[in-house]
Design a protein around this ligand. Sequence first.
Ligand code: PLP
Length: 390
Amino acid sequence: MDYVYGPGRNHLFVPGPVNIPEPVIRAMNRNNEDYRSPAIPALTKTLLEDVKKIFKTTTGTPFLIPTTGTGAWESALTNTLSPGDRIVSFLIGQFSLLWIDQQQRLNFNVDVVESEWGQGANLEILAAKLSADSAHAIKAVCIVHNETATGVTNNLATVRKILDHYRHPALLLVDGVSSICALDFRMDEWGVDVALTGSQKALSMPTGMGIVCASPKALEASKTARSVRVFFDWNDYLKFYKMGTFWPYTPSIQLLYGLRAALDLLFEEVFKKCRLAVEAWGLKNCTQKAEWYSDTVTAVVVPPYIDSAEIVRRAWKRYNMSLGLGLNKVAGKVFRIGHLGNLNELQLLGCLAGVEMILKDVGYPVKLGSGVAAASAYLQNTIPLIPSRI
Ligand code: PLP
C-alpha cells in the first residue's frame, strides 16, 4: 500500500508542501471556535499586523484567504484588472506557464515574454516594451519571483528600476509562493503592488491559506477593475475589517492558530545551500546563471541516459524520501530538492546522502559521500550558533 509510510520519518524534500514544525502542529491541534466571538477577531488583528513583516511592508493591506497559491493568483488579477487589459507576463517554467494560462482564461490580453527554462525573466524585452508604450496600454507586469520548476530567482529590484526608468504606471504583480519568508522580499522597497504566497511553502503550514498583500495603488485600482469576482473580492474583506470582525466567511480556526505559531517561529532562521553537492557530483543545476540561483529549491539536471522520474520514484520506494519531479519541459530531465521551511543543516545532509545512493542505483557514477563532503565543508564554516544556546 503506497500510502503507508515505511519505518521512521518520511524525508520530505519537495519544494512545497514542506515540513511543518512541531509547535505549529501542536498549535493547530484544537477544537473549532465561534469566529464571531471576541477571541478570533483579536487573534486575526495580530495576524494581519504581523503578516506584513513577511512582505516587508508597512503600507500594504493583507488578506488571508482560504485558498492555495492558484487562488491567490486569481485574487491578485481579478481585483486589479479588467477583461481585455494588456499585461506583460514572463514565461520561465511551469508555474509561470500556469499563471499565464490563468491570465488568458480570465480574458486579459497577455503579452508573453518567454525564456528558455533555466533562465530568468528577460528584462531587456520588458524595457523595450515599456519604452515603446508611451500610451501606457500595459496595465500590469506579472512575474514569478522564484520559479519553483527550475530553481530560478528573478531580480525584482531591477524590474522596479526599469518601471521607474520609463516612469511607467503599470502595476507590479508578484508571485512569491516559493520565495516569501525564505528569500529576501521587499514589497515596499521594490514597489510591488500585489504580492502573494501560500501557507504550505516557506511559512511551513498545511495547505489552505492564500496570503495576498495589496499596495495602496492596488487597492485604488480595485475600485475600477471590472473583472468578475465574488469569493476573492477584496471589498468584502475590507467591509469586515472596518467593522473589526474581519471575516466575510468562515475562517479555518486551526490555520489561524497555525499561522500565529508559524509567524512566532519565523523570525528565527533562514536556510541555504545544496548547490555545492550538485557540483561535486558532476551534475548541472537547471538554473543557467549564478545570478538566478534560488536559495529555496535546487533543480538538478541528470544525464540523458537517466530518467529523473526514476530517481524520484526510487527515493520514495527505497529511501522514504520525497523529491520534486521535473515538470513539463524538464520532465524526465530534472529532479528537484526543496530546501525551504522547517529544515536544518543536518537534515539537508541526510537528503544529500540519500540522493547519492539513488544516483548510484540508477547507474550514475557518483562517489558516495562526495556531495555530502562538499556541503558539510561549507556548512561547518557557516552554521551560526543557535541564538538560544549562545
Ligand atoms: N506559484 C509557484 C511559484 C508555485 O511553486 C506553486 C506551487 O508549487 C504555485 C504558484 C501554485 O500554488 P498552489 O499549488 O498552492 O495552488
